[in-house]
Ligand binder design. Structure first.
Ligand code: PML
Length: 231
């Protein structure tokens, strides 16, 4: 299979990214789709687009976390719901508050990693950890979109969330970088919980992974091991 990665930026500032894992015959279609995504992003028109095509050897297949949407009337309610899910996983309240500070500050291309003492464990605090080499099966994508389980953003995010939980991350908290996209999520081994109004429009977004501890091998797997997420 081949991994295709796209990143787009303007004046050095990240605008959008995306990736696919496809067979050789589908490379052209996937490149076109990613190019369209780069050119039509609500965060602006890029002046730089990079598309990389790379052969990958081993691909693992794992089942998607169950998706549940929790409707909240505003950010306050949404954050209380997110906090509650994380508390049940044993994440201390002050560490959850620190995670909200990180995602609200925004500006990271990858995820921050927090241990249960609230210490940041990622080596590069500007960039964070980037979970790559992932895609979803056609069937899963269709189910999410046709059954109204989520959106195109959910399709991308379920791949990240399922991979990180599979690799032993206790939980993930995420809000979108897209200015108008206010639904975020918390993922745990119990599922992918979409939470509406987890941020207000025009606020930044981000990702935090909660761990007891993390070793270099797991970080390497998060970034480079190839996974397709299935129904
Ligand atoms: C992102 O933009 O990468 C975050 C996506 C959040 C998706 C939440 C949802 O499932 O709607």
């Amino acid at each position: 299979m081949f991994s295709i990665k796209m990143r787009a930026s303007k004046k050095g500032k990240h605008i959008s990214g995306g990736e696919r894992l496809v067979e050789k015959g589908e490379i052209e279609k996937a490149v076109t789709e990613l190019l369209k995504k780069a050119l039509n992003h609500e965060n602006g028109e890029p002046d730089f687009i990079n598309i990389k095509v790379e052969k990958v050897d081993k691909v693992k297949y794992i089942k998607a976390l169950p998706i549940k949407t929790i409707e909240c009337k505003d950010k306050k309610e949404a954050r209380a719901v997110a906090k509650n899910i994380l508390l049940k996983e044993g994440i201390p309240e002050e560490v959850i508050d620190k995670a909200f500070e990180i995602i609200d500050k925004g500006g990271m291309r990858g995820a921050a990693i927090l241990n249960l003492k609230g210490e940041r464990l990622e080596e590069d605090k500007e960039r964070g950890i980037r979970v790559k080499n992932i895609d979803v099966s056609k069937e899963l994508k269709e189910k999410i979109l046709k059954d109204g389980l989520g959106t195109e953003r959910t399709v991308d995010a379920i791949a990240i969330a399922t991979k990180v939980i599979h690799l032993g991350i206790i939980a993930e908290l995420c809000t979108s970088d897209n200015k108008s996209y206010t639904t975020g999520y918390v993922a745990t081994k119990k599922g992918y919980f979409r939470i509406t109004n987890l941020k207000n429009p025009n606020e930044p977004g981000g990702r935090v992974f909660f761990v007891k501890d993390i070793d270099k091998e797991t970080i390497k797997k998060l970034e480079n091991e190839s996974y397709i997420i299935t129904l």
